[in-house]
Design a protein around this ligand. Structure first.
Ligand SMILES: Nc1ncnc2c1ncn2[C@@H]1O[C@H](COP(=O)(O)OP(=O)(O)OP(=O)(O)O)[C@@H](O)[C@H]1O
Ligand SMILES: [Mg+2]
Length: 214
């Protein structure tokens, strides 16, 4: 299967992609990683850290669906980290053509909510996902879930934005990634701290139980 890690702009996407890959591996899945962001941070993380869950293939390509997807090991969980949808709609469109599951990272703030649903300029990620149906074999948009991240313990904002997103029709995961220094500094380093593991183990359990992992 192919999981696409998407976000409208900088929201913690690469951090979540890498730590999710580690958690999938801990849960016994074979993982293959792709970096479809021109900033190549997931690729560099894989280069720099011994024992990263898989080598990372660079795939920041508007022909992702035609050039990269067919060569994947379709029995593994392929995970692609994608750059800003706002600036790289062409790459996002190509990934959406073939993704089985989209995980949208969003921080529970008004600006990030607006960037996802109704940006001041440009096409919203929500619209990109819906329009992808026209190019997909199924004729339906990919299954999409929102992962709230950088959630402050005890703050009202995660519930508030979960409710707003659900009212808009989004599926919002129960698992949340907390705001933590150990997670903030995760990119480029091993997954050696419990704070980098536990929320992502819970995420994998939820994805598995919901039947999203194939
Ligand atoms: N759970 C978290 N708690 C605190 N800070 C976080 C958390 N997750 C990510 N961050 C911080 O958010 C910032 C963005 O993270 P990251 O680089 O993963 O995002 P991105 O969406 O991949 O950005 P880019 O636009 O560069 O691709 C970083 O400064 C990172 O340290
Ligand atoms: Mg990134």
């Amino acid at each position: 299967m192919l999981i696409a890690s998407l976000k409208p702009r900088t929201m913690g996407g690469t951090t979540n992609s890498g730590l999710l890959a580690y958690a999938l591996e801990r849960a016994g899945h074979r993982v293959a990683l792709y970096d479809a962001d021109e900033s190549m941070q997931l690729w560099a993380w894989g280069r720099d850290v011994e024992g990263f869950p898989s080598p990372v293939t660079v795939a920041a390509d508007v022909d992702f669906a035609e050039e990269t997807y067919p060569g994947m090991d379709h029995d593994a969980i392929n995970l692609v980290d994608v750059g800003h949808a706002e600036n790289h709609a062409d790459i996002v469109d190509s990934v959406l053509e073939v993704a089985d599951l989209v995980i949208v990272t969003m921080s529970p703030t008004g600006t990030d909510y607006a960037r996802l649903t109704r940006p001041e300029r440009g096409t919203s990620l929500s619209k990109m996902i819906r329009r992808s149906a026209a190019l997909r074999e199924s004729g339906e948009p990919p299954t999409t879930v929102v992962l709230l991240n950088r959630c402050q313990a005890g703050a009202a904002s995660p519930d508030k934005y979960r409710d707003k997103l659900r009212a808009d029709g989004w599926t919002v995961l129960t698992s949340r990634i907390p705001r933590r220094e150990a997670i903030a500094s995760a990119v480029g380093f091993p997954c050696d701290k419990p704070e980098r593991r536990l929320p992502f183990d819970a995420l994998v359990t939820e994805l598995d139980k919901a039947g999203y992992l194939k």
